[in-house]
Write a protein that binds this ligand. Structure first.
Ligand SMILES: NC(=O)c1ccc[n+]([C@@H]2O[C@H](COP(=O)([O-])OP(=O)(O)OC[C@H]3O[C@@H](n4cnc5c(N)ncnc54)[C@H](OP(=O)(O)O)[C@@H]3O)[C@@H](O)[C@H]2O)c1
Length: 257
């Protein structure tokens, strides 16, 4: 049962990538403190089901089905979000990168087998649509002097990892964009936060698939202790509301000896 904040003027967050792992956990965390949530992903039915779960515990949830790999569709998506909650207080961006043109690899391609098309395939979802969303929602945040852009992604954004060579460059480009955006907005009251996760996320589709895979050639990253999405959502909440750290890597690397 969520203990809702119940403020008179509720704040709002769009969860871009509202899946069963981190996206839903972030939605629950923000709803717990009274945020109205807009759930965004491609498949309508899982979104509707999750929205029913949230409304069942007193939260206000809206659903917008959209493909975030289509930057040209972002203005229409933004209109739907604004029609639901007005200008956003926070935007969470964590859609799972998928849909390589070589699905048999489960998105796992090593650097030596990459083609330019493999790299390019991840750019719209990782970067272009996020840039377009920021263009839609940042001006009102800056005008108000508060707001947040929150991104979550794999640690291949920070450190090249051979199995994730296809999404890695696009995620690194996203990180570079967010770094400069955060620096530009430092004195505006708008927070830009990045959470990079070097562990499987419990309950996510990827973790579920990797658990079912009994072959020995699973990537080493899939065999690390899984992260609880509730802990990750709390971490993102704390970054946003308390520490204001621009970037966190989870788990924290062990100190050098
Ligand atoms: N899962 C892991 O083990 C893991 C590990 C490290 C880092 N990460 C990163 O952490 C973040 C959260 O991952 P998660 O696995 O926990 O994800 P999640 O929050 O469970 O789900 C994300 C959702 O994104 C949606 N999505 C994917 N492509 C989309 C598109 N083109 N347009 C709109 N929505 C789209 C999918 O729903 P639809 O299919 O309905 O669109 C999916 O359910 C991601 O950035 C991920 O890369 C994940």
């Amino acid at each position: 049962m969520l203990a809702l904040g119940g403020s008179v003027m509720s704040k709002s967050i769009a969860i871009c990538g509202a899946g069963p792992g981190l996206g839903q956990a972030v939605a629950r965390r923000y709803a717990t403190d009274g945020y109205e949530v807009v759930l965004v992903a491609r498949r309508q039915e899982p979104l509707e089901q999750f929205a029913r779960e949230l409304t069942g515990v007193g939260a206000i949830a809206h659903v917008v089905a959209a493909d975030l790999s289509d930057p040209d569709g972002i203005p229409a998506l933004a209109d739907q979000v604004r029609a639901s909650v007005g200008d956003l207080d926070a935007l969470y961006y964590g859609p799972t990168p998928g849909g390589t043109r070589r699905p048999a690899t489960d998105g796992l391609l090593s650097p030596s087998e990459l083609t330019p098309q493999d790299v390019q395939a991840f750019m719209p979802l990782a970067l272009y649509s996020l840039v377009a969303l920021a263009g839609q929602f940042l001006p009102a945040m800056v005008e108000r002097g508060e707001g947040a852009i929150l991104a979550a992604g794999g640690a291949s954004a920070v450190q090249g990892m051979p199995p994730f060579a296809a999404p890695g460059p696009a995620l690194a480009a996203q990180r570079n964009y967010l770094q400069s955006l955060g620096s530009e907005l430092a004195d505006t009251g708008v927070y830009v936060g990045r959470l990079y996760i070097a562990a499987p996320i419990k309950g996510s589709a990827w973790h579920t698939r990797m658990q079912a895979d009994t072959t020995t050639d699973r990537p080493a990253q899939a065999q690390r202790p899984a992260a609880d999405p509730v802990d990750l959502a709390e971490l993102l909440w704390t970054m946003h509301h308390t520490t204001k750290h621009p970037e966190t890597l989870y788990p924290q690397p062990a100190p050098a000896r």
